[in-house]
Design a protein around this ligand. Structure first.
Ligand code: IPE
Ligand code: IPE
Ligand code: MG
Length: 245
């Protein structure tokens, strides 16, 4: 951790927490066992991110597509979300963490919706790490919703067509209060985005690791950050331009 350049940390890290099922299989256990152990990794990574001084951490916990998993796994995950929130919120609050949720939350069971909204309310005034959980989230869903909001404003005459800019799109996404992630990490060796933050990741550095999510620890986060700091972010410019700036 001492090797990290504290002046060049990303403000926002987004993580696709993948590989719980495979990790459980390796242990000869069922998939839910993997999800339960995934919560331990969440706790460790949140602690590490706080310690390192990251301002925003977005964790992909459940995608819109994940609703199509076997009913037993889906309901097991819903129970896990509710129980974990109940158990973790006091500590998160004590650590000044602001918990937020993005996604099509109306699809969640009522009990889960209430747990999330209570947790968000309780931590709303906190000023430390912004912990954002993407639940029942998909980027295409989010973009469709944003498009509808903007189209409605134009139709109502609240906004002219020419006033639509990139900022208009950003300001109508569920992530409107957060800067775009500079670093996106995916565990488990899969090299895809799986409908996560498509617009927001336009210029993120992507980092893929074979480590399965339940095995992911602080050292793995530090390794990803070291790799991030070794890259030259050019944003379309030449290397010479970037170095003289
Ligand atoms: C990620 O692990 C957690 C969720 C998608 C809820 P997986 O459950 O996708 O685990 P693998 O990819 O099958 O190993
Ligand atoms: C992406 O993982 C969603 C989450 C980690 C919550 P999946 O395991 O569902 O993605 P695919 O099916 O491999 O693309
Ligand atoms: Mg997976």
């Amino acid at each position: 951790m001492e090797k990290l350049d504290t002046g060049r940390l990303p403000k926002h890290i987004a993580i696709i927490m993948d590989g719980n099922g495979r990790w459980a299989k390796e242990q000869g256990q069922d998939r839910l066992f993997g999800h339960y152990h995934g919560v331990v990794s969440v706790r460790k990574v949140v602690e590490a991110a706080t310690e390192i001084g990251i301002q925003y951490l977005t964790l992909y916990a459940f995608s819109t597509e994940n609703w199509d998993r076997p009913q037993e796994e889906v309901s097991g995950l819903m129970t896990l979300f509710v129980d974990t929130i109940a158990k973790e919120v006091p500590d998160l609050h004590k650590n000044n963490i602001k918990l937020q949720f993005i996604g099509n939350l109306q699809m969640l069971p009522k009990e889960a919706q209430e747990a999330l909204s209570n947790a968000a309310q309780k931590t709303a005034q906190n000023t430390g790490l912004n912990l954002i959980i993407a639940l029942s989230y998909s980027s295409r869903w989010e973009l469709v919703e944003a498009t509808k909001i903007i189209a409605q404003k134009v139709q109502n005459g609240q906004m002219a067509l020419d006033e639509i800019t990139e900022a208009t799109i950003s300001q109508n996404l569920t992530t409107k209060d957060f800067p775009d992630p500079e670093l996106m990490i995916r565990t488990s060796g899969e090299c895809r985005i799986s409908n996560f933050l498509l617009y927001q990741l336009a210029y993120a550095e992507l980092y893929f690791t074979d480590t399965l999510w339940p095995a992911f620890r602080k050292e793995d986060l530090v390794k990803a950050l070291m790799e991030y700091q070794s890259r030259e972010r050019r944003f379309g410019k030449t290397s010479e331009q970037v170095q003289t700036n």
